[in-house]
Design a binder for this molecule. Structure first.
Ligand code: ZN
Length: 384
């Protein structure tokens, strides 16, 4: 029962809503161990966060080393009564596999495991290099006790990765239409403008920060950050809230603040981005407006796996199975690829993401079969 569908069903039947594991990693541990992998279970802790189980399994000790990464945790099911089939049922109906995680991303993990086991069976149980699985239970929430620490843990053992395939649901409309090869960085901050509190009837004795923060918001929003780059859309600064915390209509508030987030491309690093925004702020504020920005800590830097031999072999494997030429994209929200990118080139390729995080999350069984063949095609070409 090592086909993708039955592995996916076993995983879905573990209600592993972050931070719970509910037996999900055990499913993988069992099947990988039985097929010659050295399997490690590692728990990471940090004050203020839940302890999280992770799994690292490897077969082979030679380079090149390709790792399949993923997460077994899922987002909550929402209103379980609204599901056509139980959120953790793993039921198949009309060729569709239902359940939380079917596409994000227990289905993708199951396909990679099935593909690797097939590859090993055809090669006497040994790859020409090394194959590993890097699986966390902490992706959907705060992501502090997961991939980021597991990568450090593996690397502290003296192991290194050459390439990574992360099986997140990258496909947009149909399987094979999109590979993610990078992501914009994300940086949040709060803009503060200091005024002087006072009575609205005596404005000359006060300084109102509301018109001033409005001026600064317009100034920072209007000027483009860049025009995009070869692989990325333009960077974008978006204000998301403005507050004075003032419930009185006859009081001029003493302070105004506005929150914003920037998605930035490879024209910037976090440092150069912050510097540019602060320069623009001080130009807009001049000598009169007292303003400053408090930056939030961010572990989402921009990254890019440049198109080359590794992306080419994934493109070829996808074309062979689906007849499609995938777009190489850098759009969308963050994923664990941002952490992996510091260790080796990483691409994200997996099922169609349309129903992820929704009621009735589901994957076509035929897509599970095709994705398994694509991963197999990647392995054949990688070790070719
Ligand atoms: Zn995911």
């Amino acid at each position: 029962m090592n086909d993708a569908l039955s592995i996916a069903q076993q995983l879905i039947r573990c209600p592993s809503v972050t931070p719970l594991d509910a037996g999900a990693l055990g499913v993988l541990q069992k099947v990988l161990k039985a097929n010659g992998f050295e399997v490690h279970r590692v728990t990471f802790r940090e004050p203020g966060t839940a302890n999280i189980d992770n799994l690292y399994a490897r077969v082979g000790d030679q380079p090149p080393h390709i790792t399949f990464a993923g997460h077994t945790d899922v987002v909550p099911p929402g209103d379980e009564a609204a599901w056509t089939h139980g959120a953790f049922s793993g039921d198949v109906k009309d060729g569709l596999l239902y359940g939380r995680g079917a596409v994000d991303m227990k289905g993708g993990i199951a396909c990679s495991v099935a593909a690797v086991l097939q590859y090993l069976a055809d090669h006497g149980g040994k790859p020409k290099g090394s194959i590993s699985f890097l699986i966390t239970g902490d992706e959907e929430d705060v992501s502090v006790n997961g991939t980021i620490k597991l990568l450090q843990w593996v690397s502290s053992r003296g192991e290194r990765f050459d390439h990574c395939v992360l099986g997140e649901p990258s496909s947009q409309e149909v399987l094979g239409d999109c590979i993610k090869i990078g992501r914009r960085g994300s940086q949040s901050g709060t803009l503060y403008v200091e005024g002087r509190q006072g009575h609205v009837a005596y404005p000359h004795r006060a300084a109102n920060p509301v018109p001033d923060i409005s001026r600064l918001i317009v100034a920072l929003s209007d000027e483009p950050l860049d025009a995009g780059s070869a692989q990325f859309q333009p960077s974008n600064l978006e204000f998301t809230s403005v507050d004075v915390g003032n419930s009185a209509t006859n009081v001029i508030p003493g302070q105004a603040r506005a929150k914003f987030n920037i998605r930035f491309n490879d024209h910037f690093t976090q440092e150069s981005l912050r510097k540019l925004i602060e320069q623009r702020l001080s130009a807009a504020a001049g000598n009169r407006i007292r303003a400053h920005i408090a930056w939030e800590k961010s572990n989402s830097n921009v990254f890019l796996t440049r198109p080359g031999p590794f992306t080419d072999l994934a493109v070829a494997a996808i074309a062979e199975v689906t007849g499609r030429k995938p777009e190489l994209s850098t759009t969308g929200g963050t994923s664990d690829a941002r952490f992996i990118a510091s260790y080796c080139p990483v691409i994200e390729f997996g099922l169609v993401g349309q129903t992820m995080h929704q009621i009735d999350e589901r994957a076509a069984v035929s897509d599970l079969e095709k994705l398994t063949r694509i991963y197999r095609g990647i392995l054949d070409r990688y070790f070719g």
